[in-house]
Design a protein around this ligand. Structure first.
Ligand SMILES: NC(=O)c1ccc[n+]([C@@H]2O[C@H](COP(=O)([O-])OP(=O)(O)OC[C@H]3O[C@@H](n4cnc5c(N)ncnc54)[C@H](OP(=O)(O)O)[C@@H]3O)[C@@H](O)[C@H]2O)c1
Length: 299
């Protein structure tokens, strides 16, 4: 039996759906039964638990041979790294107590660094905690920059007529669709070819910078002159806080952006068929960004 954390989320729902479609027994974990209902309809067992609750997660992992684990973002937290550490502790305790043998964890490029990478520091600690569990085989999937991060640009385009962000306009990023991460995680869980403690990066279909990504978005929404503004932190900070993020979390995102801009945080593996995934940014934009942009325009 498989357990999937964050099962209503971007990556987790793909993991769960893929395992279910292959006839596997799957227990899906989240805080909200309604969000998990579509997976229950496909045969999943629903388990309600908070990822900070080690006792609840231990019960969630009972009788599971394998699990997908991740730290759900908590962008409103005033101490986001402390939250990430509490989740990492709860997950590691539960994996150990329940004796789960095979773990695929969602990590990030930059998780090789213990400091200076914003929210990714929490993923460094998650990796370390899981690596200390002798009885488990663990594969850390170090994903690149989610294409979903660009969805916030729909509002910026409407308000400013451009995309905007803290990243250098010419910074090539391994941009990946969350669904490709879910598919890779499900594949790893089905094959169980990892042993001991391993990491694997996931780079998406190709590297793109925000200038190129903006041009693709512009073409898809009929704004062929759409440009990207590389804004200073002082301009980004209040805009992100206004979107509902805590000042603490925005500070971490800006630290991560600086780490990406300087090259301190970067992919370590050369691109290969192993870490390249299928979905191009054009497909993500057509299927996810354009509907989100249109919905916002209608609202
Ligand atoms: N963005 C990037 O570029 C990037 C890059 C590399 C790695 N990552 C990592 O990817 C992860 C995010 O993955 P994702 O996009 O798949 O996440 P997501 O879509 O935000 O999904 C998280 C799910 O977890 C559930 N959840 C939230 N808080 C919970 C809690 N306290 N207890 C139990 N369940 C909870 C939520 O469902 P309910 O509301 O139904 O409970 C939500 O659907 C983060 O760890 C992030 O650091 C991100």
């Amino acid at each position: 039996m498989y357990v999937v954390l964050g099962a209503s989320g971007n990556t987790g729902h793909i993991v769960a759906k893929t395992l279910l479609s292959r006839g596997q027994q799957v227990r899906v974990v989240g805080r909200n039964a309604t969000h998990l209902q579509p997976l229950a309809a496909e045969g999943a067992e629903v388990f309600i638990a908070d990822v900070t609750d080690a006792a609840a997660l231990t019960k969630a992992f009972q009788h599971a041979a394998s699990a997908y684990v991740m730290i759900p973002p908590n962008t409103a937290s005033n101490d986001a790294l402390n939250y990430e550490n509490r989740v990492g502790d709860a997950i590691a305790t539960a994996v150990r107590n329940a004796g789960v043998k095979n773990i695929v964890s969602l990590s990030s490029i930059g998780a090789d660094k213990s400091t200076g990478t914003g929210p990714v520091v929490g993923l460094y600690h998650l990796e370390q905690k899981l690596n200390q569990i002798d009885s488990a085989n663990v594969l850390h999937l170090r994903a690149g920059y989610f294409m979903e991060n660009s969805l916030g640009q729909a509002g910026a385009i409407r308000m400013m007529g451009s995309t905007i962000g803290p990243l250098r306009p010419d910074l090539k990023l391994p941009m990946i669709a969350a669904r490709d991460i879910g598919a890779a995680a499900a594949d790893a869980l089905l094959q169980l070819a990892f042993r001991g403690k391993q990491t694997q990066e996931l780079h998406g279909q190709r590297d793109l910078d925000y200038t190129e990504a903006t041009a693709i978005i512009g073409k898809a929404i009929g704004k062929s002159n759409l440009g990207y503004v590389h804004a200073p932190d002082e301009q980004i900070r209040p805009a992100m806080v206004q979107m509902g993020m805590s000042d603490n979390f925005v500070g971490l995102l800006l630290e991560m952006s600086a780490a990406l801009n300087s090259g301190y945080m970067r992919a370590l593996e050369p691109r290969s068929s192993r870490n390249t995934t299928p979905t191009p940014f054009e497909t993500f934009v057509a299927e996810s960004f354009v509907p989100a942009y249109q919905q916002q325009a209608a609202a």
